[in-house]
Design a protein. Structure first.
Length: 479
């Protein structure tokens, strides 16, 4: 019944919304001058000029609600998206209303407070009315009313996921008739209606309202033929892209000049994320340095007394956007350690190490002064450890002078470039706050996924240091 009269229902919803908007305009006048104020210096104005504005308000809000498509079916839409659209439409209407008052009703002095009250009331009241209406519809759909019928076209895990989610949400009122695809295994309890070639026959034989295309990545070549088979059939077509294996939590969809852009991953270092990241870096590194200052002082005394030379060792590194800085460490080797060998990665049992340096390297305590670099903004608690410029350049040359690409990649993945003996200990100062408290296995999964190496100081976590090799070298990440 509701399906046959859906157009009438849309018009009734529009009329109801406009009546609600008109009531909000009058309520804003009453609240401003008779209830909440603030007090007016010119007394209470007559209501007639405000009644005169009702016609422009109804026209503007009616067009705005239509422009933001507030009356389309929202069976699979979210409540928040509808409230957002209502807020956008009301905000646009309020701007147009102010323009109309300014240019066409100059002889009247309308209260700006009334306009603000009206804007807030219109958003709140229409959103609440829509919420009540949607909840009534969901109740009816859970009891078998206002149903639509759908077929899922596709196979594999993607189609099974669609079926599972639709079965979990009876309140949206979409009943699955079956699955269309060449997959032999059924998707849950949904019957198979035939192969891809049978889609047209299925549409002719059954009352289908929605066609959900959930094609696996390898079946994307069938999309054109399936759309041609649907033709001009009056059905709603949904496409569920098989991008789950490529997307991350920072993905999304937006429109650019009428074209949908699907973001598989977005950089988190923008806007407030960048501010929050910097605040976390400063707070965390300062806390570590203050809390462990006695230990740092003890290490400094041990380094100074055990060998000749400075306590801290500064080494040039490449950070974000290729910027160079001096990364600080407790000195663990004798002076001029690279005078004979040149820049090399230190092997596991490096004879150039001092006695105290061997102990510090074993427990990664020599890395702790890098929290000073974090305070300076040269490094971050989140992300890969910067590499030395000489190794960055060496990797670039080895990857671009005709060497076998796979061999180069293999050496890089094992942390070795140009035959160096020391595995690349790409140590990063923790991936993020979640990584600080995540279990070891979860951290391992994150490292495998992100290609970063995480490092957890034993003195910061009261646990054994966790060190893993990165699948992607820092020289590649930082370049």
């Amino acid at each position: 019944m509701l399906k046959a009269h859906s157009r009438v229902l849309e018009q009734l919803m529009l009329v109801g919304d406009l009546l609600l908007v008109a009531a909000c305009w009058l309520a804003a006048y009453v609240i401003r001058f008779h209830v909440a104020g603030p007090p007016s210096r010119h007394g209470i104005p007559p209501i007639e000029p405000y009644l005169l504005m009702l016609l422009p308000i109804l026209i503007v809000w009616g067009i705005a609600f239509r422009a933001f498509d507030l009356y389309r079916p929202r069976r699979i839409g979210s409540r928040l998206s509808e409230v957002t659209d209502i807020a956008k439409a009301s905000s646009l209407g309020a701007l147009v209303l102010v323009s109309v008052m300014t240019f066409f009703f100059r002889e009247y002095d309308y209260s700006r407070v009334v306009i603000v009250y009206f804007w807030v009331l219109s958003i709140a009241s229409v959103s609440f009315a829509r919420y009540v209406f949607r909840e009534v519809l969901r109740f009816a759909r859970r009891h078998g009313y206002n149903q639509r019928y759908a077929v899922v076209v596709g196979g594999g895990e993607l189609a099974a996921g669609v079926v599972q989610r639709l079965h979990a949400r009876p309140d949206i009122g979409i009943r699955l008739l079956g699955l269309v695809g060449d997959a032999k295994e059924p998707a849950g309890s949904v019957p198979s209606l035939g192969g891809f070639a049978d889609l047209r026959a299925v549409l002719d034989a059954r009352p289908v309202d929605h066609v959900i295309l959930a094609l696996a990545h390898e079946d994307y070549g069938r999309l054109g033929g399936l759309l041609e088979a649907i033709g001009d059939e009056p059905v709603t077509i949904h496409v569920v892209p098989d991008l789950g294996r490529f997307t991350s939590l920072r993905g999304g969809v937006e429109e650019f000049e009428g074209l949908p852009f699907v973001h598989l991953r977005e950089s988190p270092l923008h806007g407030w994320n960048q501010v929050a990241k910097r605040v976390f870096d400063v707070a965390f590194s300062a806390s570590i340095l203050i809390a462990l200052s006695p230990l740092l002082l003890l290490i400094a005394v041990a380094v100074k007394s055990s060998s000749r030379g400075p306590v801290l060792f500064g080494q040039e590194r490449m950070g974000l956007d290729g910027q160079r800085f001096r990364m600080l460490k407790f000195r663990t080797m004798r002076l001029d350690a690279e005078a004979e060998t040149g820049p090399v990665w230190a092997p596991r049992d490096d004879p150039r190490r001092t006695p105290i340096g061997t102990f510090l390297r074993r427990f990664s305590l020599d890395e702790m002064p890098q929290f000073i670099n974090v305070l300076r903004g040269e490094m971050s608690v989140v992300g890969p450890r910067p590499e030395r410029p000489v190794f960055v350049e060496r990797f670039r040359q080895s990857a671009g002078i005709g060497t076998d690409a796979e061999a180069t990649r293999s050496r890089a993945e094992h942390g070795r470039v140009d035959g160096d003996d020391r595995p690349q200990a790409n140590v990063a100062v923790l991936d993020d706050l979640d990584a600080l408290v995540a279990p070891g296995e979860r951290l391992r999964e994150r490292i495998d996924h992100d290609g970063f190496t995480c490092w957890l100081l034993s003195c910061a976590s009261s646990s054994v240091p966790l060190v893993w090799k990165a699948s992607t070298p820092a020289s590649l990440i930082c370049s």
